[in-house]
Design a protein around this ligand. Structure first.
Ligand SMILES: [Zn+2]
Ligand SMILES: [Zn+2]
Length: 732
């Protein structure tokens, strides 16, 4: 006997080809009924054989369209009304808006095929897209998500485009950015060229620096094999050493530059198209200035039609900014700010509404490990426990914010370092945009208790009940939420610095934590941070702080005696238990790096110089009972002693990493013996160190622990807002 079932599908299900998909699925199974959009997502009624209806429901969950995210499928029984056809019905726009905007997706294979087909009306059209690909989050200006509320509003569809848009059987049915050469955006080159794309390609081939308007902002491009072009880009951009990302035309070209694992290839070729950090081949045809002193390279594949047309060989594609400013995304601003860097500008007239940087990912044991979660990921929600709606303001550096509602956390795109007016404005505007887009009126505001963070000051200015979430607790909560866990866990939070509950700078923390609260079970023994922020830029100061002997090479630099005295007397030298600073001290002692041009540089170079075959360990003894401390000084002493004995630096660097991993296992074992907790969460920026992460996870697993690491948000401060939101929701 036939049954009729009402189905509701929630998630990212509008503007992604969901209704044509449902139509095809139902008719393929011989079912009748209807499908439509409403404020809550997609509603469906299907009628037919019960087994086929079961297959239909299964297909909804397991085979949705490329950009869809099916979060919830709920069903109810209806009275059968008799068989008929299957209809796509008009949208019901009443009620509350809960349907979600998709992330921006790389050009799909169908669109690429059309773009390369000389007979197609979109042949070589740089803005081709469909329901399965193209701009979404970066062009949305408001709700509901339809064309007037995108930056395509100014482009009236031509007849053929309107016909595709209105045809339920067409793969551009209700694709909001649909367009063609007759009705859509177009390219322009400054200085003017009649054929902008060809002129831009020629310019790149001849060694020029080109500013290119992308999906979420401007890039600066140069031929990656051209030492002169890359060096010019670096000097004009005032960027000394921080690596540039490279866009390659296809996977073959990527394999020519890097040794790629299967997981890395999947990430590179998937629809999200992040920059993937991978191991560089020794013979890679890249100018040295692309990633100086760095064994890995950030690669990405083209993700817009324009990239496919423009990039025919490995090309540096770095953010369009000077130094550490936010990337430019508005045309006039870009032309003004990048004038001293770019020889020419490849522009187009589709506005970017939300500045969105490229995402950066690594892989760890076959799974993604985010370094920066932005374009291609935001604003996809991450599940959190259901609670009152929260606005979490994030950290100061690598800021993201997060809004929650109905068990979903919307972590923002990468905002950046909140240290200038423009990023602060992007932060405030972004919060307003997300509130409107997802219809969220926060009832609680979560923030870092650091009194100097601009995000904290913003939070305290809002007229909402506030919840302060300690920085390292937020890291561990972020790792819990990332894994859909609630704790309790043994939380190991290693980073540069975060504000502790005692007002000192923490950063080498062993916590017992769940989403609601934490106890500081142990920590790295504090040392002075001589000169405060100066010690972060100059790792040699940390060698002085750890009191290494004056006859080592690191002590020969000017200022050593003064900084040593500063550390000894605690003048302008606040105490810190930072693990990041211990890495700095060791990098400086070993002569790997004593000044940094970008955050984490010393630790990155220390990791890269370590000999992975070395298994020796520098032991550290945990001391104290209630609240143990880990003597970082013992490890530094072991480093110094091996250095004096003539042990090669790569061996010492490896023993140091192994030692830190071993102390993670020791500390976790001690906490387990006291609490019975057998799960460890690893978070904080230091766990972007893959050698440390690998050794720590192996050691913990061998010791019988379950280990949680990051997969959806970064272990660095980009993940803090999710952790704050999870804690505030739990405390609600
Ligand atoms: Zn497409
Ligand atoms: Zn058209």
């Amino acid at each position: 006997m036939d049954v009729r079932v009402g189905v509701r599908v929630e998630g990212v299900v509008q503007g992604v080809g969901f209704r044509p998909f449902v139509h095809g699925l139902a008719t393929g199974l011989g079912l009748s009924g209807l499908v439509g959009n409403d404020a809550g997502g997609v509603f469906i009624e299907v009628e037919g054989d019960p087994d086929e209806v079961g297959r239909f429901l299964d297909g909804l969950r397991t085979r949705p369209p490329r950009l869809a995210l099916v979060e919830r499928v709920t069903t109810r029984e209806l009275d059968a009304v008799g068989r008929g056809g299957f209809a796509i019905v008009g949208s019901d726009a009443s009620g509350e808006r809960r349907a979600l905007v998709s992330w921006d997706a790389a050009t799909c294979d169908d669109c690429l095929r059309e773009m390369r087909d000389p007979g197609d009306r979109r042949h070589r059209y740089p803005f081709i897209n469909c329901t399965g690909c193209g701009p979404r989050f970066t062009i949305v200006t408001g709700v509901p998500y339809d064309r007037p509320n995108t930056t395509m509003a100014g482009f009236a569809m031509c007849g053929p485009c309107a016909a595709e848009y209105g045809d339920p059987a067409d793969r551009r049915f209700h694709a909001q950015p649909v367009c063609c050469p007759a009705c859509g955006p177009s390219l322009a080159l400054r200085p003017h060229a009649d054929v902008p794309l060809e002129a831009a390609r020629t310019m790149l081939a001849q060694g020029g620096v080109l500013a290119v308007k992308g999906l979420g902002g401007y890039h600066l491009a140069a031929r990656a094999a051209d030492a002169g072009a890359v060096a010019a880009l670096r000097s004009r951009k005032h960027r000394e050493a921080k690596p540039f990302a490279v866009m390659v035309p296809d996977l073959e070209a990527a394999r020519g530059l890097c040794e790629l694992s299967e997981a890395e290839e999947d990430l590179l070729t998937g629809p999200r198209r992040p920059i993937v950090l991978a191991r560089r081949r020794p013979d890679a045809a890249l100018a040295d200035a692309v990633a100086p002193g760095n064994g890995s390279v950030g690669l990405m594949l083209p993700y817009t039609p324009l990239h496919h047309l423009l990039v025919t060989e490995p090309t540096v594609l770095t953010s369009g900014n000077v130094s550490d400013e936010p990337i430019a995304y508005r045309d006039e601003d870009a032309v003004e700010r990048l004038a001293g860097i770019a020889d020419a500008f490849l522009l187009h007239d589709r506005p970017i509404h939300t500045r969105t940087d490229d995402s950066v990912m690594r892989t760890f044991r076959g799974r993604p490990l985010p370094v920066r979660r932005s374009r291609g990921y935001a604003p996809e929600p991450i599940p959190v426990p259901v609670g009152r709606p929260v606005l979490a303001c994030g950290a100061e550096l690598k800021n993201t914010f997060c809004l929650t509602r109905d068990g979903r956390a919307f972590v923002s795109h990468h905002i950046g370092d909140l240290e200038n007016h423009e990023t602060l404005r992007a932060f405030e505007e972004g919060i307003g945009h997300f509130r409107r887009l997802f219809g969220i009126a926060p009832e609680l505001i979560a923030y870092d208790p650091h009194p100097e963070y601009l995000s904290t000051k913003y939070a305290l200015d809002q007229d909402l009940p506030g919840i302060a979430v300690q920085h390292h607790h937020a890291h561990i909560a972020s790792c819990l939420a990332d894994n859909g866990a609630t704790g309790p866990v043994i939380g190991v939070a290693f980073d540069g610095t975060g504000y502790g509950t005692d007002g000192t700078l923490w950063g080498g923390e062993f916590l017992v934590a769940d989403l609601r609260g934490f106890e500081r079970a142990g920590h790295l023994e504090p040392v002075p941070l001589p000169g405060g922020a100066a010690a972060i830029r100059e790792p040699w100061r940390m060698a002085a702080a750890y009191g290494v002997p004056d006859d080592l090479p690191v002590a020969r630099r000017p200022g050593w005696a003064a900084v040593t005295a500063m550390a000894r007397h605690g003048v302008n030298a606040p105490p810190t238990s930072s693990m990041g600073r211990l890495f700095d001290a060791v990098a400086a002692v070993l002569g790997v790096r004593d000044r940094v041009d970008y955050e984490g540089q010393a630790a990155i170079e220390l990791e890269q110089c370590a000999d992975p075959a070395e298994t020796g360990v520098y032991p550290a003894t945990l001391s104290g009972t209630a609240g143990f401390t880990v003597p970082g000084g013992e490890i530094v002493d072991a480093v110094v002693s091996d250095l004096r004995a003539g042990v090669p630096v790569p061996v010492i660097a490896a023993r140091f990493h192994n030692g830190v991993a071993a102390l993670v296992v020791d500390a976790a074992s001690r906490i387990r013996s006291e609490t019975g907790i057998g799960t460890v969460a690893l978070s904080g920026g230091v766990f972007q160190n893959m050698l440390l992460l690998d050794r720590a996870v192996s050691g913990l697993t061998d010791a019988g622990f379950d280990v949680l690491t990051h997969h959806r948000v970064p272990p660095n401060d980009g993940g803090i807002s999710l952790g704050q939101a999870a804690v505030a929701t739990a405390r609600g």
